[in-house]
Design a protein around this ligand. Structure first.
Ligand code: NAD
Length: 499
């Protein structure tokens, strides 16, 4: 069986520890590989090697560092099909969706080619007599990224591309459920010309995450995953003096106004709710139609569209809308929550609980489910289900719908479907959510903007990718210099001012 180790100093090495995790093929339910779980000593030695390499890397001029990323982008295009195949086989998503996962990471890599411009400081000529003032952005040193299973290509690239382009060394701890693509990305970075030690992939579970948080050389940690783990990492990381940003769970609502194009809204909901089997932090999991007439018409349009969804293994090619969920535990959790929704009194309009894929009976498939008449007290509303389940919460009017979204604990993404500019503008201004779509169901900002939620969907100040990524992975130094030295003013005991 394939055994996945760690990627250290330019090559894959096998792990020392006996602790290993299983990697499944979610479509068949079979174990296809195992991955080593690093011990603390392995993490610490990967960090020491990274530290040595980083000192030289920081001296490489930004344009040369950017050229490595440029070459990496070219290699991603070359290996796109191979990477997508590996990604789908471990994650379960369809091949076109796996390519999308890679492309969304590649777009951030493209943005990072602009590192020389983004790292340029500021300069004030003659800030005082003979005084110039300038600021520069310097790398932090060794930084780390801890990433989730649902975007095993995109999110590692969102983290390591800006960090490395800014002159840091990077320790990547990918999800233990689908680590093969992150390992291949590290190989491609070496092929692109990255010096050894600058990108180290250390696999594992909570043990290695704790080792990252306890390592004093690591200056910053970027995390993406579920909210309880985000809170844990944020609290522990900050307490040990690290710079930490954690992007977390979500419950994304779509508000459907009575004037919306109902066919367009229903199509958008089906794509955004069920794409990638709902395993996206920007998936729409709650539809909020405004008014009974809107709700009835929406449900009537949704039912046949959801019943017609094609579910299957990624090997079925373009014929499949979504695949299995990632593990048996995820499958059981989702099915349990659907049962709970029925118990709590929500109306299950489309019931995917008994879905069986012919020839793939042991795969982790869950059929698409649609709930109507969900209320905000129900567990299916409170919890992030992270599966192919769409809940409908009926709102009497716009204010009630907006208030539902505002009082939800999460604030990652949201959308409004309407033809009315006033309502769309009011919604965009008043909603307390980080990413808002107007007639756009999955408003994931492009690489040159930034990505991040509010409330329990993100902890820390700066967003992911875009200019914020360069701010997160660098520190600012401001220099005040006086030339010529001939100016003599005598000793001054007051704070310098511009008066
Ligand atoms: P997860 O929280 O289980 O795992 C994320 C990472 O944390 C993994 O690398 C994992 O090994 C590590 N981890 C798991 N348990 C840990 C523990 N007890 N202590 C320390 N580390 C631990 O998340 P997941 O299931 O891989 O991913 C799905 C979650 O990620 C969803 O909640 C989804 O909304 C969220 N997500 C958020 C964003 C965003 O940008 N907001 C993007 C993608 C996914």
């Amino acid at each position: 069986m394939k055994s996945i180790g760690h990627f250290i100093n330019g090559k894959e090495i096998s792990g020392k520890s006996d602790r290993r995790g299983k990697i499944f093929n979610p479509a068949t339910g079979e174990v296809q590989a195992e991955v080593a779980y690093a011990e603390k000593s392995e993490l610490d030695s990967a960090v020491d090697l990274a530290k040595q390499a980083q000192e030289k890397w920081a001296e490489v001029n930004p344009q040369k560092r950017a050229r490595v990323i440029m070459k990496f982008v070219e290699l991603l295009h070359r290996d796109m099909k191979k990477l997508a195949e590996v990604l789908s086989s471990e994650h379960g998503k369809t091949l076109p969706d796996a390519e999308g996962d890679i492309i969304r990471g590649l777009e951030v890599a493209e943005f990072c080619i602009g590192a020389p411009h983004l790292l340029k400081g500021e300069f004030t000529d003659s800030a005082g007599p003979g005084i110039d003032m300038y600021s520069m952005r310097q790398p932090l040193g060794v930084v780390a990224g801890i990433t989730p299973f649902n975007f095993p290509a995109m999110i590692p690239m969102w983290k390591f591309c800006p960090a490395i382009a800014a002159g840091n060394a990077f320790i990547l701890k990918p999800s233990e459920r689908d680590p093969s693509v992150p390992m291949l990305l590290a190989e491609l970075m070496i092929e692109a010309g990255l010096p050894k030690g600058i990108l180290q992939v250390v696999n594992g579970d909570k043990g290695v995450v704790d080792a990252i948080l306890d390592n004093d050389t690591i200056e910053a940690v970027g995390f993406v995953g579920s909210t309880p783990i985000a809170e844990y990492i944020y609290t522990k990381g900050c307490a040990s003096g690290k710079r930490v940003q954690c992007f977390a769970g979500a419950k994304n609502h779509m508000l459907i106004m009575p004037d919306a194009d109902m066919d367009q809204a229903a199509d958008a909901l089906v794509g955004a709710g069920f794409g990638a089997a709902g395993e996206r932090c920007m998936a729409i999991s709650v539809a909020v139609p405004v008014g009974e007439k809107t709700a009835d018409s929406l449900i009537e349009k949704l039912i046949p569209k959801i019943e017609a969804l094609k579910i299957g293994p990624y090997t079925a090619g373009n014929d499949v809308d979504f695949g299995p969920v990632v593990t048996k535990e995820a499958q059981q959790k989702i099915l349990g929550l659907v049962d709970k929704g029925v118990e709590e009194g929500a109306s299950l309009k489309v019931d995917g609980r008994n879905f069986k894929m012919q020839g793939y009976e042991n795969g982790f498939f869950v059929g698409a489910c649609l709930f109507d008449n969900v209320t905000s007290e129900m567990e299916i509303y409170q919890q992030e289900i992270f599966g192919p389940v769409l809940s409908t919460v009926r709102a009497k009017n716009y204010e009630e719908g907006l208030n539902l979204i505002k009082t939800n604990q999460y604030g990652n993404g949201t959308a409004i479907f309407t033809r009315d500019g006033d309502t769309a503008r009011d919604f965009s201004n008043r909603v307390n959510v980080g990413m808002v779509g107007v007639n756009v169901p999955i408003p994931v900002p492009l690489a040159y903007h930034t990505f991040g939620g509010w409330k329990k969907s993100a902890f820390g100040d700066l967003n992911q990718h875009g200019p914020d990524a360069f701010r997160f992975y660098t520190k600012t130094k401001t220099i005040t210099s006086r030339w010529p030295t001939g100016i003599k003013e005598g000793a001054s005991f007051s704070i310098p001012t511009m008066e």
